[in-house]
Design a protein around this ligand. Structure first.
Ligand SMILES: Cc1cc2nc3c(=O)[nH]c(=O)nc-3n(C[C@H](O)[C@H](O)[C@H](O)COP(=O)(O)O)c2cc1C
Length: 322
């Protein structure tokens, strides 16, 4: 499979593993890279930039394939915001691919280009995708309503976003949100995407360092078992529909402020609950694709089955077309 995305990133398959905070550290990303897709680690989980450097070095020791570092940028006003330091560390560690998300990375573009780094910018709307092209991103990823994490404020499905984006952009576009197998990959390519980003599918893998109870929940979950929270603070988040999420939603309906919501939406609560296997206690980002995932697999199986499934889908389509 060759697309501009595989060429630019130097990967075998047009599949990127979405960065998923502390769930996708060096070991996880290496297993993705070694199976031919693009593994990603997240910078924002490191309170100390030195620890990010160590994680990058660890990953380099585990694979000689390309990988990405995701820098999910918080609002500039956030206390202890480390974005500048993350970029510096990533440049110094000679990382070749950065994925940004959260806000416009324009101010970092000169340095990104100077260091010969490829930039993927992830956005939830076509207007932001246009902007990404304008400022010089190499690839833009568009994520839609189905996706885990932040689908933006517009409630538009990935299928529509990708067709719209590829219609108006010249740079290659990847799509994420609800893609879990080969059918999804072929559909994405048919819509004009040159690669896919998969997050939710990779949670239900043997390697994902999350409590097994979450994986078992996923393989029996329905596509309706997620919910959108944080819309009132303009930071919509798709999460598992559980007690914690319903509580946040109820607080939002009553007009809770960001300060009031903070103790219930902070990532720190999530980390503990994920490790302990407490399914109700914290907000857990997960996409509607859960309704399609019926098996816990290894990372390699997910990737190989996606490619095999894509080939089978193409054969089936050929018989339809004749
Ligand atoms: C548990 C979890 C945590 C995530 N954390 C981040 C993050 O910190 N930054 C980011 O850009 N995307 C994050 N994502 C989103 C993924 O990188 C990816 O864009 C998304 O999962 C793709 O949609 P899908 O889940 O439908 O495959 C997260 C997703 C999950 C499931």
């Amino acid at each position: 499979m060759k697309t501009r995305v595989t060429e630019i990133l130097g990967i075998k398959y047009p599949i990127m593993q979405g960065g998923m905070q502390w769930l996708t550290g060096a070991e996880f990303a290496a297993s993705v890279c070694n199976a031919g897709a693009l593994g990603t680690i997240n910078a924002s989980v490191f309170d100390k930039v030195e620890d990010l450097r160590l994680e990058i070095r660890k990953l380099k020791n585990m694979t000689d394939r390309p990988f990405a570092v995701n820098i999910s940028m918080l609002p500039e006003t956030t206390e202890n915001e480390l974005t500048d330091d993350y970029f510096q560390a990533v440049f110094e560690e000679k990382v070749k691919i950065i994925e940004t998300a959260g806000r416009n990375p324009e101010k970092y573009i000169p340095d990104i280009k100077k260091h010969g780094v490829k930039l993927i910018h992830k956005v939830p709307a076509v207007r932001f995708a246009r902007k990404a092209q304008e400022i010089g991103a190499d690839i833009v990823t568009i994520v839609g309503y189905e996706c885990a994490g932040h689908p933006g404020m517009d409630d538009v499905a990935s299928s529509v976003l990708i067709q719209k984006a590829t219609g108006v952009l010249d740079i290659p576009v990847m799509v994420g949100g609800g893609i879990v197998d080969g059918r999804g990959l072929v559909a994405a390519l048919a819509w004009g995407a040159e690669g896919v980003v998969m997050g939710t599918r990779f949670i239900a893998t043997k390697e994902c360092p999350i409590n097994t109870k979450f994986k078992e929940w996923i393989i029996q979950a329905k596509e309706t078992d997620t919910i959108l929270i944080q819309r009132s603070i303009k930071n919509t988040l798709r999460v598992m529909k559980n007690k914690a999420a319903l509580k946040v939603l109820e607080m939002e309906k009553k007009g809770a402020t960001l300060e009031e919501l903070m103790p219930f939406i902070s990532g720190k609560v999530g980390k503990k609950a994920l490790a302990e296997g407490n399914l109700e206690r914290a907000n857990f980002a997960i996409g509607q694709g859960i309704g399609l995932i019926r098996e816990i697999k290894t990372v390699q199986e997910v990737i190989e089955d996606t490619i095999k499934g894509a080939e089978e889908t193409l054969l089936r389509l050929n018989t339809i077309v004749g």
